[in-house]
Ligand binder design. Sequence first.
Ligand SMILES: *Cc1c(COP(=O)(O)O)cnc(C)c1O
Length: 356
Amino acid sequence: MNLNHLFTDKVQSMQAYPVASGGGMIKLDAMESPYTLPEEMRQALGTVLSMININRYPNPNSSSLIALLRKQFNLPQGFDVMLGNGSDELIQLVLLATMRPNSTVLSPAPSFVLYEQYAEVCGMRYVGVDLNADFSLDEAAFLAALQREQPAVTFLAYPNNPTGMLLNKDFVKTVCEQAAGLVVIDEAYTAYADDNALDLLTQYDNVIVIRTLSKIGLAGIRLGYMVGRPELLEQINKVRMPYNINLLTKGAARFMLEQMPYLNEQVEKILKEKVALYDWLAARSDVTVYPSQTNFLLLRCADSTEVFTKLRDEHRILVKNLHGVHPVLDNVLRITVGKAEENAKLREALVAILAV
Ligand SMILES: *Cc1c(COP(=O)(O)O)cnc(C)c1O
């Protein structure tokens, strides 16, 4: 018996978020850190986790973890911090708390796919303002859309995924000024970027900043955090499930946040590797590489689908093919920066593939 009709039209027409299986491959597709923990740190983490009383529900306040996040990331005083099961959950909670029939969600396009997906699941209307061919934003068009659509929520990824670029800060301020609704600034890549938007919290009442530990080596523990005025987070907090962050995540996060020098060292290594990979790609005449304020690079080639397929099938290297996602991404690959030896293998593979 086919029971599809039991599900909403939207759900029936959706695709689940695609996750490629990277078993046995060099994984350069998901903006993960390539570094695993050193043996001693593993042992110490194991000891810490073994002490947790998993018979108990987690404390929904998470005050010690939040205090540690405030300290390690210099979060401004006077604002609340709320935790999410990844920043994915926080994006969803903002929409759950603001959804009304006919309300609109606005963002540049292409940007993080879940803005659109969750907006539509929440029955909201998603409007994307197309980026220019060079991945810059048509600021006038965006401000016009802001006036026209009066979005309940505007998402600005700062830097943007998948383009890797930062918006002009003055433009972000103008958006905050002119938006009647919430402006959610998604700083998933802030560790790799030259600027962040925490200073806007004190300047504009409608700003929320969302961040994650995923892109600095902790994707597996699923922890994101959101910073905003207490009045805003108090409302959003009502739709959060009380025990959304499990005890093992909290314990691992507390442990790892005491190892900031180690985490920062990984970020520095990735940034160095990124520059080396960028310079190597920029010197080739058969591809175009774009500047990036993240841990990934965009690469345009003559036939990205062919390069993607050969990397995967002949060289066991998994990257993300963005061809078909949006017209400005035609023949574009997104490559997460890996370890030195992984990036070397990528370069060798590209030489072999592009030579023929
Ligand atoms: C990776 C990413 C996220 C999601 O991060 P999680 O915390 O792992 O859920 C959110 N926003 C952007 C722009 C991202 O690239």
